[in-house]
Design a protein around this ligand. Structure first.
Ligand SMILES: [Zn+2]
Length: 249
């Protein structure tokens, strides 16, 4: 029994040094993807344990900013046309509604056949097996139990806590500094927390002011090109490395 984290990307929306933040989790040989920026297949294939779309049990989507979702259209088309299955998508119903109605209805509904004839319009359920993620009840995907909580961000966003293999890891997603959210994340063995400039994100200065016990538990992601992971007082995750989830302290 174990739970292992593979950071596929650790950067922010403007990153030139890193891929945008995305995480893969492995338990019992099963895989869960958390957020899905472009180029997600390349990111998965370059990780310390290379995986592809067909290896995933599901995708957890925290919110609709492009640096978290820009790879999902391609992944869902890959599932639809190549793997020939629906993408299991764990996300809040508000996120799912906007994902289709205000975005993918324009890019994924219309399909033409090889002879050029127009096919009946496809809908959200043709591509996605939606597992509604709400604060009311956890969602189960394979060995992974997923809980969520809203964060403070420009658009509707949820943080997640994920348990599997006897361990748990939490991910803040994008959020302004929010002590109540950190308390909620703290229930997990390890906490992946965003760090960025402030505003709708969490400044480094707020995180380094936390008690040492919490800082020992945190791993940072969503950092800008100007952030130096080598000199960070709190460990910053690195792409291509392997992080077994273990209790701290
Ligand atoms: Zn965001």
């Amino acid at each position: 029994m174990s739970l292992t984290l593979y950071p596929l990307g650790v950067g922010d929306a403007f990153a030139g040094k890193h891929y945008s933040t995305a995480l893969a989790l492995e338990a019992e040989g099963r895989w869960l993807l958390i957020d899905c920026p472009h180029p997600i297949r390349k990111m998965m294939l370059e990780s310390a344990a290379p995986i592809d779309v067909a290896d995933l049990d599901g995708v957890v989507l925290t919110h609709l900013h492009g640096d978290h979702v820009s790879g999902l259209e391609g992944l869902a088309f890959f599932d639809h046309f190549i793997v020939k299955r629906r993408t299991v998508l764990a996300t809040h119903p508000r996120v799912a509604a906007d994902l289709w109605d205000r975005h993918y209805a324009a890019t994924m509904a219309d399909i033409i056949a090889a002879d050029g004839t127009r096919q009946p319009p496809r809908g959200f359920a043709d591509y996605f097996d939606h597992r509604p993620l709400t604060p009311k009840a956890p969602v189960q995907i394979g060995p992974f139990t997923i809980e969520c909580r809203p964060t403070r961000h420009h658009i509707y966003t949820t943080a997640v806590r994920i348990s599997a293999g006897g361990r748990s890891v939490a991910y803040s997603a994008d959020t302004a500094y929010d002590p109540a959210l950190i308390d909620w994340l703290d229930a997990a063995d390890r906490v992946v927390h965003e760090v960025n400039y402030g505003g709708a994100h969490t400044p480094y200065e707020k995180l380094v002011a936390l008690p040492q016990r919490l800082k020992d538990k945190l791993w940072l992601v969503q950092y800008s090109d100007l952030f130096d992971p080598e000199s960070s007082e709190i460990e910053a995750l690195r792409e291509g490395r392997v992080y077994p989830i273990e209790a701290v302290g």
